[in-house]
Design a protein around this ligand. Structure first.
Ligand code: NAD
Ligand code: WQD
Length: 361
């Protein structure tokens, strides 16, 4: 089957990563249906779809179909599969806040694990056996050796969110072992950052950002006073944590490559790929890169380590380079410049309202 002609259901497609992948799919010529329960994205009452998806249409010049559906609502999910034919599903929908997952583990396991089970059940019933899954470097827990390869130990996760990603990976691996019609690609993302180069799409955190780069961007634009660096006593080159940051556009490209792979002849089973650059950067290096891109000074203070953080995490992504013919192309400079453009053009995200003081749908 020509991967450009396949129809794709995108779960959680209104969110940060999903919406960027949707643009790539539309540009690739795919028919795209997005389902999202709007739990972590902005939609104005008078809009037909979330703002992120309106902008995805604007950028690509193509149309998509949006349905407000929760993966936990099995009846609604079944009716989506009765109304449309899908050749493949890209499954982004999940709750992702690590700290919140420690306070609400049941909600996280229900949403991410039961949501995935419902999706797999309905796919099974409707005869759609191709899935591309959003997994995470979090499944590796605290790395025992670096760089991380796909065969590195998994499962000793440091928080319930990581538990949901590891559990869903196990479920999908078991499913593929039980029935060789299934073709599943699990993409283990490292640290996605940046924005679409147009400045029209980017990450729109609800409230105070948990992650480093959106926090830095909000300090640069004057919304937040200063960054707290969580520890400078790690065994790294400057004492701050090291991560493998990857541009959102490279990550989105990885999904289109995975779609091509899934529809290659003889491809089947459960397949895992790391998506990162293979390069680690410290927190201080990220601050410096963002200062250079934005021309702003980022004030910071050193505070205690954040519970559950690991010192270093970066990958070997050679498997994806070879098998998916995919390689991250964008530099740290691109990540910071694109993020800064998005932040300046949309200081209050998609709503235009200061979302540090408001709540989403
Ligand atoms: P996001 O919160 O921006 O997007 C997720 C979307 O899923 C949101 O629009 C939300 O409303 C929707 N959603 C959540 N639960 C749902 C449900 N039950 N039914 C329907 N829709 C639901 O997050 P993101 O950063 O775009 O992450 C996408 C995926 O990538 C997630 O699975 C996440 O775990 C994974 N991931 C993210 C990162 C990261 O740093 N952003 C890193 C590794 C993996
Ligand atoms: C990066 C570095 C922090 C904020 C998380 C999830 C992971 C994955 C990606 C989904 C670390 C430091 C951060 C701040 C700081 N998500 N930091 N001050 O923790 O690598 O990964 O997002 O799968 O599962 O855990 O990303 O951006 O939060 O932190 O000093 O205000 O920045 O200590 O060294 P992390 P992050």
């Amino acid at each position: 089957m020509d991967p450009k002609k396949v129809s794709v259901l995108v779960t959680g497609g209104a969110g940060y990563i999903g919406s960027h992948a949707v643009v790539k799919l539309l540009e690739n010529g795919n028919m795209v249906v997005v389902i999202d329960n709007l739990s972590n994205c902005y939609k104005a009452e008078d809009q037909s779809m979330p703002e992120s998806l309106l902008r995805a249409q604007e950028i690509s010049g193509k149309k998509l179909k949006f349905l407000s559906v929760d993966l936990l609502n099995l009846t609604a999910l079944e009716s989506v599969f009765k109304s449309y034919h899908f050749d493949c599903v890209m499954h982004f929908a999940a709750l992702k806040a690590v700290g919140e997952s420690c306070q609400r583990p049941l909600q996280y396991y229900r949403n991410n694990v039961v949501g995935t089970l419902n999706l797999l059940d309905v796919m099974n019933k409707s005869g759609c056996y191709s899935l591309i899954y959003s997994s995470s470097a979090t499944v590796y827990g605290d790395p025992t050796s670096l760089p991380l390869v796909e065969g590195s130990p998994t499962g000793s996760v440091t928080n319930p969110y990581g538990g949901t990603k590891h559990t869903t990976e196990m479920i999908m691996s078991n499913l593929c072992a039980s029935d060789d019609r299934w073709k599943i690609v699990s993409l283990r993302y490292f640290n996605p950052v940046g924005a679409h180069e147009s400045g029209l799409m980017g990450e729109d955190p609800n409230g105070i950002p948990n992650n480093l780069m959106p926090y830095i961007a909000q300090v640069a634009v004057g919304k937040l006073k200063e960054l707290s660096i969580y520890g400078n006593d790690y065994n790294t080159r400057d004492g701050t944590g090291v991560r493998d940051y990857i541009h959102i556009q490279d990550l989105a490209d990885g999904h289109v490559k995975a779609l091509g792979k899934i529809f290659e002849k003889n491809f089947n089973g459960y397949n895992v790929y790391n998506l990162g650059t293979g390069q680690g950067h410290t927190v201080l290096e990220m601050i410096k890169a963002f200062e250079e891109a934005s021309g702003k000074v980022i004030p910071y203070k050193i505070v205690q380590r954040r519970s559950g953080d690991v010192a270093e995490c970066y990958c070997n992504c050679k498997l994806a380079n070879h098998e998916l013919q995919w390689k991250a192309k964008k530099s740290l400079k691109d990540m910071c410049e694109d993020m800064w453009r998005w932040q300046q053009m949309n200081p209050n995200g998609y709503s235009g309202i200061d979302n540090n003081q408001s709540s989403f749908a």
